[in-house]
Design a protein around this ligand. Structure first.
Ligand SMILES: *Cc1c(COP(=O)(O)O)cnc(C)c1O
Length: 380
């Protein structure tokens, strides 16, 4: 094989090239305006994003983590409360539960979707449970209809962690518009990514929205009257303006991800020893990641996946592992008392997952090179 080009896990310059002219012009306008925090750029984006999702209210903030934190605070969740979530997610999802003084309760995931198992969610509900945080992991939506039925039966709040799933749908409804609150991240590698940090919280509940508007600005109600212990969590004007531009391209970028996922599927179908991500009937994934599993029968020692990943890197293909250690086994959560082996599906996934390069604008020939290299790595 001739010398190959290196393929990164994500190439954000391809998105930027599409919008570079309008983006540059907008940034210069804001620089000239002298208004760098708040203003119409922020309120315009909030309105556009609310319309896109089909919700009443969108409150911009500094990050997805802050959106999740403020969601819990707005629902008055804290000491003595339990919040059920998945152990197979980015740390932020659980970290905020701990930060408000509540206890994260981890339930195992489904082997096919990497999302938490709804039967186990039901079984984990106790009198202390206040909320459930579903994570639409890798862009694949949780079965929100079933989850809302479970939550309603027990009078629980549902806070959707949509950080990896902007634009994904369950039964034709956008995630982030189905639960009581939706939390979004605009970290650059997410489906709708800013050129820096950013986040948003969405809801149909006006009381929640006004609570969050206070929280994001030091608990301020009217000028210098602080009613809550808040935080400082702003979405910058420049980021908001760039997000407004990118929002217009989001659907076509998500379509490009869907096409790339379908092509991976076609190329990988005949390959033995890998398990492909499953699409769930009812859900429309936006493929923030295309995550395969490298089958591994052992339970300890170095995962076979790590060797495959290393060899792939030597061939110029950078694949990523999200996530190598489930949250219930993280050092920071040792005091919760979970044991290794307790959530076996998540633990097995942590040993086997491998996310292949995935981004809008990825070329078919790049995907062919990735799969060609992968086959080579698997056969040695
Ligand atoms: C990225 C991410 C977050 C946090 O978002 P930030 O904007 O980085 O704070 C939360 N949950 C999940 C699942 C994520 O992927």
């Amino acid at each position: 094989m001739s010398r190959v080009k290196k393929i990164p896990p994500v190439d954000l310059t391809r998105q930027y090239q599409v919008i570079s002219e309008e983006a540059t012009q907008t940034v210069i306008e804001i620089l000239n305006s002298g208004r760098y925090i708040g203003g119409t750029a922020v309120t315009t984006f909030e309105q556009e994003f609310a319309n896109y999702l089909g919700v009443n209210k969108c409150v911009g903030c500094n990050s997805g983590t802050d959106a999740l934190y403020m969601a819990l605070r707005a629902l008055d969740i804290g000491q003595g409360d339990e919040v059920i979530t998945t152990p197979f997610t980015f740390i932020a999802t659980a970290e905020v539960i701990t930060r408000v003084g509540a206890t994260p309760v981890f339930v195992d995931i489904e082997a096919d979707t990497f999302n938490f198992d709804l039967q186990q969610v039901s079984a984990a509900i106790t009198p202390k449970t206040k909320a459930i945080i579903p994570v639409h992991l890798f862009g694949q939506p949780v079965d929100m209809q079933r989850l809302m039925e479970i939550a309603q039966a027990h009078n629980l709040y549902v806070i959707e962690d949509c950080a990896q799933a902007t634009g994904a749908e369950w039964n034709g409804q956008k995630v982030g518009s189905i639960g009581h609150i939706g939390c979004f991240s605009f970290f650059p590698t997410k489906n709708l990514g800013a050129c820096g940090d950013g986040g948003a919280l969405t809801t149909n509940d006006k009381a929640i929205a006004s609570q969050v508007i206070m929280l994001r600005e030091h608990g301020l109600k009217t000028r210098y009257s602080h009613e809550l212990t808040g935080i400082n969590s702003r979405l910058d004007s420049i980021q908001a303006a760039l997000l407004s531009i990118k929002l217009r391209y989001l659907d076509s970028w998500n379509q490009q991800r869907q096409q790339a996922a379908a092509y991976y599927h076609q190329l990988l179908q005949p390959v033995t020893g890998v398990k492909l991500p499953q699409a769930l009937a009812g859900g429309t994934s936006v493929w923030n990641q295309y995550t395969i599993q490298i089958k591994d029968d052992r339970l300890d020692g170095e995962p076979r996946r790590d060797r495959v990943r290393q060899k792939l890197a030597e061939m110029g293909v950078i694949a990523m592992v999200y996530y190598p250690l489930p949250l219930h086994l993280q050092p920071v959560y040792q005091d919760l008392g979970y044991r290794s082996g307790q959530l076996p599906v998540a633990e097995q996934a942590a040993r086997e997952v491998l996310s292949l390069p995935m981004f809008p604008g990825i070329l078919e020939e790049e995907q062919e090179q990735i799969v060609y290299s992968l086959k080579d790595c698997l056969s040695t």
